[in-house]
Design a protein around this ligand. Sequence first.
Ligand SMILES: [Zn+2]
Ligand SMILES: [Zn+2]
Length: 213
Amino acid sequence: MFIEQSPRGYDRNGEQVVRRARFLILVSLGMERAERTCTLCNGTKQIPFKPDAIDMEGRIRPCYNCAPIECTTCERKGYLYDEASGKPAETCAPCKGSGYLGPSGIETYYHHHKEIRALVRKVAMHQCGQFMMGSARAFGHRIGLSGSYGGDGLTVTVSREIFDKAIPIPAELHEAWNKGGGHNSAGSEAYAMRDWALANLDKLESTYKGRKR
Ligand SMILES: [Zn+2]
Ligand SMILES: [Zn+2]
């Protein structure tokens, strides 16, 4: 969201452009892949057969919910190459040709990070179809932007490297943001958000701790 007057105009092709002005970018970590102890087998890597199958009672099988351990001997291929011909020669013994060594007791899941942080950079935007697009540089990285906060009214997903250096927004702004109802444009929280950004420009514009650009 532009937080200061941004001169608007049209380029030679009649597309709208916005010249460089201070832009509030809201960032989040979005979805992050994480690991935890398998919730089905509790890390035992095994689960019992269903007890209603009488002949299988008491037997156990490998847990299917765990992430499988990849075979490093064959690098998951299941066979080994013949050095001389370069062709697949023999079935990999450790994994018996499957490429995997069984369950790991660990499951992978996606953790949705809800925390929002902010930074301010000078941004120019140009029309691209029906969207306004631009980009900003932050901490040595380029962030692609579109729409009111950079992500079409939503936050921009960034790496942890950028996120850790961005500035946390106050709890009441976060709440207003959740209720704002902004989708393709900023919602009712827009004025409060801009006022906070203007009052905290020093922090929001600094590229490194305590040092201004
Ligand atoms: Zn498991
Ligand atoms: Zn193998």
